[in-house]
Each structure stands twice: as structure tokens, then as C-alpha cells.
Ligand binder design. Structure first.
Ligand code: ATP
Length: 363
């Protein structure tokens, strides 16, 4: 598919401070693309440059083949939905949604038709006469979304769209947002610090830190194949073991890790050399915990003691202490219903995993 938004060498400095640092990004038409990063990483600044509220220090932005880098916000085929859903308290739902079209002088009949379509899309037809203070947080969010969509922008920018909603409502609204986006085929660019939200919503995401992209990929690629320690630790939980490469062959690499007290193996397509210090990483849910030593000779297998445990209903979390004192986090599905615990504090256990589940991190 052809790239629809093309960002090339984009930077923004505020005085000496570089908020966005030479970013390249291509987004396809109809994607729901998330920019994910911690506070102050530059994601809002990047979004504001796409919207036209911030002029880049250098670089360019193209949408649908047109260079918009220096166009005013209202000349861009872009609309932005802000963190605080800017809806007018004195107008009812229908008037709020109609606002943009009325300002543009669109005819009354056309406005009515399009408002009705939007109300249906965001499932607020029944509530069109209500004022914002008579709506729930999720309903207000949908009014703001309808208001941003009614002018049919080619690109909708969303800044922390679900931040004001509680967890349950956020989960439901995430799916609604995906359905609406899918129906309209509009390209969405979402800025969020909420990794779960980005994982659920996005076709692809960029992980941002200190003004730069650390990795761009599908949620699955980013979770399963993080390219560096920052991304691995930012998304979900991961155990990393620093070690020195002892063997590199066609299929695998072997890495001696002091903390693990073991040689760990990993699939070795990476460019590593004997003697190099690297990190082997493994997600908690990829680790199997058992009281007996597992039979499979090919698996990595280390003895430890249950240092701490937590019951979360669907799964249990274990912190297993190795002989070196190193804690390894393990997450285990509670497949069977049971009142008694399978493991207790202080139990001697084995943790094991297959080398297919590990990730090699070079930096
Ligand atoms: P948050 O999640 O906290 O909103 P963010 O990733 O969206 O963070 P930005 O708002 O893009 O962060 O800001 C990036 C950096 O640029 C921050 O360190 C911020 O202080 C700085 N910054 C943003 N706007 C300005 C400005 N107008 N003048 C000076 N510095 C600014």
C-alpha cells in the first residue's frame, strides 16, 4: 500500500532543547497508528506538528502527496481531537456535532443529514438533545469524536483519546473506536502513554523516547521482538540477563550469564561475536514453573526459591529467587480452579523455558 503520511527528518527545538529529533515515519492510508512514549518524550509535539499548531524546526510532512509542512491548521486535511474533549457545555449533542459544518456555511438539510449519520455511527441518536453535563464520560468522548469526524478529514489526530475514562469504559470505547475507524477508513494517529491502549488499538505503533523513535512495528512485533532494552522494558514486563557470548553457531548462540549461574541459549540470527556482552530477555509468561525438574533437556532450566507470589484470578505471579540472589518474574495461567495454592512462599522450584522464547538485545 502507498504511504499516505510521510514524515521526513522532522525536528522541533524549543530554544536549546530538542523535543523531536530527526524523525522519519511513513503511515499508510486507513492505519490506526499509535505514538507511544513516557511523559515528555515529544509525542504531543509531533502530533501538534501534524496538526499545524507547531512549525517544525526542520524536516517535512506530506499527506496524500501534498507537502503540508507550512500550511495553516485549517488548510490541512486533518482534524485533531484533544486530550480534554473540547465540547461546548451550552450546546446539546447534535449542535456540538454540527458545529464545524455550521461554521463552514454548509446548508441546513445537509448538516442535518450528516449529523444524523454521525449520531448513528457513535450510537448517540437517542441522546441528541442532551447537554454535555447530562452525559457520561464515554458518551462525551463519543460526541467529541463525532465532532472531529463530521468534516471527513483524511487524517484524525487523537491526543490521549481515552485518558479521562475509567478502565472498564476505556476497554469498551477502545473497541468502539476501532469499529468506527474501520467503517470510515480514515487514518487515525493516536498519541498515548498507555501501552495497553496502543497494543489493542493499533495496526502499528512507534515507541518514542527523548524525541526519537526506538522501534516502529505491529504491536506483536514490538512485544515479541523488541529491538533494544528500552522497548523491551517499556512494553510489558521482561526479565533480562546480561552475559557474555561463548558460542556462535548456525542455529544458536550461547551466552554465559553470571546472574543465572548458567549458560543460556538463544536463536542466533543476530550479528553477535564471541566475547561480546549482550542481554538475553524472556517474558514472564514464557517461563514455566514447576516443583520437579522438567524432562526436556533442550530447555533452559534453573533452580530457585519462591520469594513472593501474587494471585490475580486468571493468573498467578511469582518472583523466583535464584542462587545468585537474582529475582526472575514468572506469570502462570490458573487453568484449574483450586482453593489451595500450587506453590507457597519458600518452595523450591524449577523455572524453565525454550530458547525460541528468548530475545537477544544488543543495546
Ligand atoms: P506528556 O505525555 O507529558 O504530554 P509528551 O511526550 O506529549 O508528554 P511533549 O508535550 O511533546 O511531551 O513535550 C516534549 C518536551 O518538549 C517536554 O520536555 C516539554 O517540556 C518540551 N516542550 C513542549 N512544548 C514546549 C514549549 N512550547 N516550550 C518549551 N518546551 C516545550
Amino acid at each position: 500500500m502507498k504511504d499516505f503520511i510521510r514524515i521526513k527528518g522532522l525536528s522541533k527545538s524549543f530554544g536549546d532543547f530538542v523535543a523531536v529529533d530527526n524523525v522519519d515515519l511513513d503511515i499508510e492510508k486507513g492505519e490506526l497508528f499509535s505514538i507511544l512514549g513516557g511523559s515528555g518524550c515529544g509525542k504531543t509535539t509531533l502530533l501538534r506538528m501534524l496538526a499545524g499548531f507547531e512549525i517544525p524546526t526542520s524536516g517535512s510532512i506530506e499527506i496524500d502527496g501534498v507537502d503540508i509542512t507550512r500550511l495553516a491548521p485549517y488548510d490541512r486535511p486533518v482534524n485533531m481531537m484533544f486530550q480534554s474533549y473540547a465540547i461546548f457545555p451550552h450546546m446539546n449533542v447534535a449542535k456540538n456535532i454540527a458545529y464545524g459544518l455550521r461554521k463552514d456555511g454548509v446548508g441546513k438539510a445537509e448538516i442535518e443529514k450528516r449529523v444524523d449519520q454521525m449520531l448513528e455511527l457513535v450510537q448517540l441518536s437517542e441522546l441528541k438533545k442532551r447537554k454535555p453535563d447530562q452525559l457520561s464520560g464515554g458518551q462525551r468522548q463519543r460526541v467529541a469524536l463525532a465532532r472531529a469526524l463530521i468534516k471527513r478529514p483524511k487524517v484524525l489526530l487523537l491526543d490521549e483519546p481515552l485518558a479521562a475514562l475509567d478502565k472498564k469504559l476505556r476497554e469498551r470505547t477502545q473497541f468502539e473506536l476501532m469499529t468506527i475507524q474501520d467503517e470510515l477508513g480514515i487514518t487515525f494517529v493516536v498519541v498515548t502513554h498507555d501501552q495497553e491502549e496502543a497494543m489493542i488499538l493499533s495496526t502499528r505503533a512507534a515507541i518514542m523516547d527523548q524525541g526519537r523513535f526506538q522501534q516502529i512495528g505491529t504491536p506483536k512485533e514490538i512485544y515479541e521482538f523488541p529491538t533494544n532494552r528500552f522497548v523491551a522494558n517499556f512494553i510489558g514486563t521482561i526479565n533480562t540477563f546480561e552475559g557474555v557470548v561463548t558460542v556462535v553457531d548456525e542455529e544458536q548462540i550461547q551466552v554465559y550469564c553470571d546472574e543465572a549461574g548458567e549458560t543460556l541459549t538463544a536463536l542466533g540470527r543476530q550479528l553477535v561475536e564471541v566475547g561480546q556482552t549482550i542481554n538475553i530477555a524472556i517474558r514472564p509468561e514464557k517461563i514455566f514453573v514447576s516443583k520437579e525438574r522438567p524432562d526436556n533437556k533442550d530447555d533452559v532450566c534453573i533452580e530457585g526459591i519462591v520469594d513472593d507470589l501474587g494471585y490475580l484470578g486468571n493468573r498467578s505471579l511469582y518472583r523466583v529467587k535464584l542462587a545468585s540472589g537474582r529475582i526472575v518474574q514468572v506469570s502462570s495461567q490458573n487453568r484449574r480452579r483450586s482453593i489451595t495454592r500450587f506453590l507457597e512462599w519458600g518452595d523450591k522450584v524449577w523455572i524453565s523455558w525454550t530458547d525460541r522464547s528468548t530475545v537477544v538485545l544488543l543495546d
